[in-house]
Design a protein around this ligand. Structure first.
Ligand SMILES: Nc1ncnc2c1ncn2[C@@H]1O[C@H](COP(=O)(O)OP(=O)(O)OP(=O)(O)O)[C@@H](O)[C@H]1O
Length: 274
């Protein structure tokens, strides 16, 4: 049984892409089959995995979604790239901006990405969708396609206002399109443990949201090495295996895997009871 996770936060630069890369490759290192889906028109995930000119790729998520919208046939593995560290990638690029516009006039406009993911997900244990920094149509599509959401939050500012908006959108998607959508939790990123401010934010987040939402135990530290990995086309495990960011992403991967295992066990029990 595969699990589809959206990495979402409408605020830009909160660590969604870095988390997609290092969670995805972290899970692959545990023997899981992983597909990363770049649903952001900036193509940063695609770029971070070493495809430095995402706009020149012949096939990308936008081309496959166009085929779905125009009811053209496509191959299930069409456009999927293989990364040396064991994950697959459905690349994204600037063409997704045009898709975002044309979705508005399309039938089933909220579920085009779900249609695509449903055709490929059985080959994977995990499908991770890196979302755009907006609450536009592509993000709604990602939430409609996902089983759960992980919210990376940059520990530089109090996230209360932005979080409320995101949580309301998730609740609306759950009511109207995707009742099974859950929130796996909030991940604190770029935590500068030298400052009291970062500690305060961690404390406030756990205090204000901790009874409603999981705030992951693992916190990703602010790390120059983590920032540098995106230009290297590899994960933090390959680039700086003994650094603090690699250790934190490893611990985070373990937490995500534990949630996945519990869900599988619960589903298994439910199937037995049928
Ligand atoms: N732990 C970290 N320490 C320091 N820098 C980091 C860390 N994680 C990510 N960065 C850097 O911060 C910037 C934003 O990170 P990232 O691209 O992962 O965020 P994002 O939420 O995907 O951004 P966008 O909203 O633009 O898609 C990047 O330059 C990245 O290299």
């Amino acid at each position: 049984m595969s699990k589809v996770i959206a990495l979402a936060n409408q605020k830009g630069g909160t660590g969604k892409t870095t988390t997609a890369v290092n969670l995805g490759i972290g899970l692959a290192r545990q023997g899981k089959k992983v597909l990363l889906v770049d649903s952001d028109a900036q193509g940063n995930l695609t770029d971070s995995l070493g495809y430095q000119e995402p706009d020149n790729l012949p096939v990308s998520l936008a081309s496959v979604l166009t085929k779905i919208m125009t009811e053209e046939p496509y191959e299930a593995n069409e456009g999927i790239l293989h990364h040396a560290e064991g994950v697959d990638l459905m690349p994204g690029n600037i063409e997704l901006s045009a898709i975002e516009v044309s979705l508005v006039n399309t039938m089933s406009r909220e579920t085009i990405l779900r249609t695509y993911i449903n055709t490929v997900k059985d080959r994977y244990d995990y499908v991770l969708i890196d979302c755009m920094p907006s609450l536009g149509m592509m993000t709604i599509n990602a939430l409609a396609a996902a089983d759960s959401v992980i919210i990376p939050v940059q520990a530089h500012y109090l996230p209360a206002k932005g979080m409320t908006q995101l949580l309301q959108t998730i609740a609306r998607v759950r009511r109207q399109i995707n009742p099974r959508l859950t929130i796996d939790g909030v991940l604190l990123t770029m935590v500068d443990n030298r400052t009291n401010f970062a500690k305060d934010i961690s404390f406030v987040l756990r205090r204000d949201y901790g009874d409603k939402l999981r705030v992951f135990q693992a916190e990703i530290p602010l790390s120059i090495r983590a920032a540098e990995t995106s230009a290297q086309g590899k994960s933090i495990y390959a680039f700086d295996p003994n650094g603090i960011a690699a250790k934190a992403y490893q611990a985070f991967t373990k937490e995500v895997q534990d949630i996945g295992e519990k869900r599988r066990a619960k589903q298994h029990q439910a199937d037995l009871g049928r």
